[in-house]
Ligand binder design. Structure first.
Ligand code: FES
Ligand code: FES
Length: 152
């Protein structure tokens, strides 16, 4: 089946299998490998994207459900060649080790700061609680988000 959606600000079309996930379509049909597949069960957050401005796990959304909707992936956060402030802060704070969780964390943190520009530590922890990182111990990730929020 053919779907059309707005992907990182551009109208895109693809032929998809009715049962395939949005995550699969993003990576394999639309050439956007930023969203990662670490569990495919909605547990890790590595596939986090915005669907009409709402944070979702792309592995739990069918590609067909994205028909006519607006999707923003980690690739769509940069503007005019400049990294998003959260992306800059992850680099500056050294919040990346293997990097597998990073795209999902960046999308989640950008969503948090868009809604809550100066989050408390509790709000920050709650917002990022659906994103699992096996490497960093989270301290530098929290530092990065605080840095992006201008609170560090
Ligand atoms: S791959 Fe989607 S939540 Fe883990
Ligand atoms: S940096 Fe490796 S899983 Fe987070």
């Amino acid at each position: 089946m053919k779907i059309a959606l707005t992907l990182n600000g551009q109208t895109q079309e693809a032929d998809v299998w009715p049962g395939e996930s949005l995550l699969f379509a993003l990576r394999e049909r639309f050439g956007l490998p930023g969203s990662k597949n670490a569990c495919e069960q909605g547990e890790c957050g590595s596939c986090s994207v915005l669907l009409d401005g709402t944070l979702v796990c792309a592995c739990l959304v069918l590609a067909a459900q994205a028909e006519g909707h607006e999707i923003v992936t980690v690739e769509g956060l940069a503007r005019d060649g400049a990294l998003h402030p959260v992306q800059e802060a992850f680099v500056e704070a050294g919040a990346v080790q293997c990097g597998f969780c990073t795209p999902g964390l960046v999308v989640t943190a950008a969503d948090l700061l868009a809604r809550t520009p100066d989050p408390t530590d509790d709000e920050l922890r709650e917002a990022l609680s659906g994103n699992l990182c096996r490497c960093t111990g989270y301290a530098k990730i929290f530092d990065a988000v605080r840095l992006a929020a201008g609170a560090a």
